[in-house]
Ligand binder design. Structure first.
Ligand SMILES: Cc1cc2nc3c(=O)[nH]c(=O)nc-3n(C[C@H](O)[C@H](O)[C@H](O)COP(=O)(O)OP(=O)(O)OC[C@H]3O[C@@H](n4cnc5c(N)ncnc54)[C@H](O)[C@@H]3O)c2cc1C
Length: 464
């Protein structure tokens, strides 16, 4: 098994030559810092809204080789976030975000089609299943909220038999099906975006880490490591977890990690399971297990229970963690015992930018510097929605996208380090213990129960 930071999808998509770094001074209407999905979609959408706009994107590595090229490839909406968004944003605000997130899923598919980008976009829907009695009905609040807010078709409850028809894992019980979700090969999507941006006239500089971003009267100045300077009307910060290094945003997110493995092609197993509809699946844990198939018959399986990251230390165990990977493989075998003895070809991981409200956060610093982060493990679809809001802000256009409830939302602060790391680690361990007990039909001990309930008590969401 190969175990590295970049993962199978990027290996499958193949290497690219980096674009030249920025070494001189450039002028632009909009400068984007960070070339993951959010930054690349922002650059794309700015040009779509204003084809004459000069857009410069600076990326510290190669665009789309961070989490945007290594994720599970679930292109999800946010219907399952309706219950938590409702009290925070109100019914209209919550519904507006959920509908915009669904629209983003559809738009990504349409974009791939129009641009001829073969990102393996497949609209197979998303299946949330219970694997233990303690998780039966975890979808009920979502189903109720969708019905009450006038979107009853967004999710459908499935009986255990209906779940088995879609995927006959011996541990699956009931479930809920969200027909509007899709999957992609994440790296093919990010490689496709990277290539199309340059074709569309965006100036993309790679190996060009931004070292300072300063608002000045009438504009923004970004300086990069190699001595490059961009002077622009507006700046957009889309550097993912690295934004936790920025003082004003430091207390707005925590960083954890998620780890994945992928099997050799096992089309016989998929056939035996009846899992041929392309559904992406999660269980009902907070520390969610997520799984999907590929067109060549593999199973990609991940766990959102990776370790908490200290500060903004995005490398090391956030990317390659043999201890967590062993647990991911154990989970995979618990879901599908017939995979024991079949080859796991690749393992990898990456950081997750967790927003305490569990919704992405969009806002503006100093009037001309806009930011978007906090996808909490659900960024493939929502990054396009966030990017549309950012593009509007960067062009000074106020519309329904810049008025979404995620824009300039009331901040929830997380504790400073080292308390964030220590507290986060203790809570994570308690959640893992609680969910292990639930899966073995045991009552977790009272201390574990108490610690695992702390985030809810203080209004911070952890995991799912
Ligand atoms: C293992 C794993 C599985 C996941 N599975 C899913 C999934 O199935 N579905 C889903 O929706 N989400 C999933 N996610 C989350 C998803 O990948 C992210 O939410 C999404 O990619 C975020 O995109 P982004 O553009 O905001 O950030 P990133 O992809 O982190 O991009 C930020 C970019 O900024 C660059 N950068 C950082 N600092 C600087 C700087 N100073 N100057 C210039 N550039 C800089 C980085 O190099 C990077 O390329 C998963 C994440 C991981 C790690």
């Amino acid at each position: 098994m190969i175990h590295d930071s970049l993962g199978w999808w990027l290996a499958e998509a193949g290497p690219v030559e980096p674009y030249a770094p920025l070494t001189e001074e450039r002028a632009a209407d909009v400068v984007v810092v960070g070339g993951g999905y959010t930054g690349m979609w922002t650059a794309w959408l700015v040009r779509e809204l204003e084809p004459e706009a000069r857009v410069v994107l600076v990326e510290s590595g190669i665009c789309g080789e961070g989490p945007s090229g290594r994720n599970g490839g679930f292109v999800n909406s946010m219907w399952f976030s309706l219950p938590s968004m409702r009290p925070r944003f109100g019914e209209v605000g919550a519904l507006g975000v959920a509908r915009a997130a669904q629209q983003a899923v559809d738009e990504i598919g349409a974009w791939c089609e129009q641009q001829g980008v073969d990102a393996w976009y497949r609209r197979g829907g998303y299946l949330q299943v219970s694997t233990t009695p303690a998780h039966d009905g975890v979808w009920e609040q979502t189903v109720r909220a969708c019905e009450q807010l006038g979107e009853p078709d967004a999710v459908r409850v499935l009986s255990p038999e209906e779940v088995q028809e879609r995927c006959a894992s011996p541990i699956f019980r009931g479930g809920a099906f969200f027909p509007g979700s899709a999957t992609v090969n994440p790296a093919r999507l990010s490689r496709g975006l990277r290539a199309k941006l340059v074709e569309a006239g965006v100036e993309v500089y790679e190996r060009s880490r931004a070292v300072s971003v300063r608002a000045e009267p009438g504009g923004v100045v970004v300086r990069t490591e190699g001595g490059g300077v961009v002077r622009a009307g507006h700046g957009v910060l889309t550097a993912g977890g690295a934004l936790a290094r920025l003082k004003p945003l430091r207390y707005r997110m925590t960083l954890t990690s998620s780890h994945m493995v992928i099997t050799e092609p096992v089309p016989d197993v998929l056939e035996e399971l009846g899992w041929t509809g392309g559904e992406c699946i999660t269980d009902g844990r907070h520390m969610v297990n997520y799984l999907r198939t590929t067109p060549d018959g593999r199973i990609a399986f991940g766990w959102g229970g990776g370790r908490v990251v200290y500060g903004a230390n995005l490398r090391g165990r956030a990317e390659v963690d043999p201890y967590i990977t062993r647990q991911v493989i154990e989970h995979l075998h618990r879901f599908f015992p017939q995979l024991r003895g079949r080859r796991i070809e690749h393992a990898w991981g990456g950081p997750i930018d967790v927003s305490p409200s569990h919704t992405p956060v969009v806002g503006t610093l100093d009037g001309r510097v806009h930011y978007g982060f906090g996808f909490t493990g659900n960024g493939v679809g929502p990054s396009r929605m966030v990017a549309r809001a950012l593009a509007g802000l960067a062009l000074d256009r106020r519309d329904e996208h810049t008025r979404l409830a995620i824009v300039e939302q009331r901040p929830i602060r997380v504790p400073p380090e080292p308390f964030r790391y220590i507290g986060g680690t203790i809570v994570r361990q308690a959640l893992v213990r609680r969910e292990e007990a639930e899966e073995q039909n045991r009552e977790p001990d009272p201390v574990t129960r108490f610690i695992a309930s702390i985030p809810d008590r203080i209004g911070i969401q952890i995991g799912r």
